[in-house]
Design a protein around this ligand. Sequence first.
Ligand code: SF4
Length: 192
Amino acid sequence: MKIGKSEKLKELYNQYEIDVAEFKTSAVCVKGCANCCIDVGNIDITTLEGIIIHKRMATFAEPLKSKIKAGLAQNKMEREKGVLSRCAFLKKDKTCIIYDIRPFSCRWLYSVKDCNGTSPTVHRQALNLAKNTVKKIQQLDSAGYSGHISYILSLLDNEEIRRLYMRGKLKPQKIAHFGKSHGLSINRTAPS
Ligand code: SF4
């Protein structure tokens, strides 16, 4: 991974917030709502975002670290069965333990109506801006992969894969089996 990608990622996050500011003023989301974090079916991340989260996890003390790892394994298992489950990073008080580095999937979601167990209502323009930002993040992580947060973090928990990824040498063949069975996309095939 080239130096500076994390900074560029932050710039993309910040630019998105500037671009959608006028839409988000009508959002009804409040701290501690967390509906989006409990129904985590669509929380997809890139390996670039995953490596940042993985590094943060390494700083967590026990028993928190093991609890989050167990939660991610549970998410992965439930995802494989098609079940949606509570995010492993959601605290008891329904705040996010990695809020400052949460992935883009968690950043663009908001709703102008109380979700009340249903899908959020997002402005079409904001949705298009989000899709554009996703493409830019995938292009930034062009030697990486995208997929469900539990799959990407499981992939990056493998030291050899992590090392290859950091050196930009993670070949699709290396994770072909895992990728196929878990629906991971290769970012380098993302449209420009
Ligand atoms: S990473 Fe944080 S914001 Fe994203 S789904 Fe999990 S708890 Fe929610």
